[in-house]
Design a binder for this molecule. Sequence first.
Ligand code: GGG
Length: 358
Amino acid sequence: MRHHRIAAIPGDGIGTEVIAAGLEVLAAVASAQGDFDLDITHFPWGSDYYLEHGRMMADDGLDQLRGFDAIYFGAVGSREVPDHVSLWGLRLAICQGFDQYANVRPTRILPGIESPLKLARPEAIDWVIIRENSEGEYSGQGGRSHRGHESEVATEVSIFTRTGVTRIMRFAFTLARSRPRRHLTLITKSNAQRHGMVLWDEIFQEVAAGFPDVSTDRELVDAATTRMVLKPGSLDVMVATNLHADILSDLAAALAGSLGIAPTANLNPEHRFPSMFEPIHGSAFDIIGRGIANPVATFWTGALLLEHLGEPRAAARLMGAIETVTAARLFTPDLGGTATTAEVTRAVVAALRRPVHA
Ligand code: GGG
């Protein structure tokens, strides 16, 4: 029997609802497979913790998490704590503290779900967005002075390092190589941002030389949005900066039906630190406590987590169960249905319990 230690951080808002559902589903898949178990430790960090303790996570939070095999994260953000405090105090503290520099964001139209794009066949959207997750616009460099005066000034400095850009390019090319279409699109804004983004262009070319089997092209980020809508089938893997990829992946999720289904993995590919798995969505103030949060993003995230743990059969079984339920059009309201979080969870658990035919 293989054992995996998971740190669960539900965080804020609907994060607590979807992580509870996700843990139920992970327990069901472990029990159905029968050859591994998951030892879950809960961490109560987030905005409520901040209001009580003045910080989003324990001072030695990273040390507490270091020994886990993976982190299962919900969402961060609340009305009571400024967003930049909560985001930097928890999610980014973990991503950057554990050098989770590769943020992988797959997008597919799951069976039964309709894209809002009238012309998009399901197979037209099968993308992976690779978000550089350690620097760029999120480097945290900058400051404010002369606060409150007319002369007030604020800087937000994007930092791009050769090391940081090279490693994300290698990661993106390696991932693109593993997919049937073997195509990688570089997304930048190198016409206007002539320093950092031109460094991205140059390093992309350098790294491409080592991957002759991967076809490539380049797109400016504004043009990428129109291409995603008008020619979705022309894209496969995309690599972009921290901010650009964050924005594009919300668009990608909407084009695949809903933000409520989009998963993500924050990876430290070298396994020097635990990696973190979370739905793309945030804490969704408007639906907190109503029992209608879509748990599919968190379930799909669970499948990414299982793959990372070296449990590909369990991951495939979980994806199969999710797709069985979406194909039956059991949808929460974000997808146009009336099902609750609990009903979707029960249906996925029931699908997991059915025997798998080889
Ligand atoms: N589960 C993802 C989450 O909670 N995201 C909150 C958020 O505001 N993220 C912004 C970002 O990471 O750029």
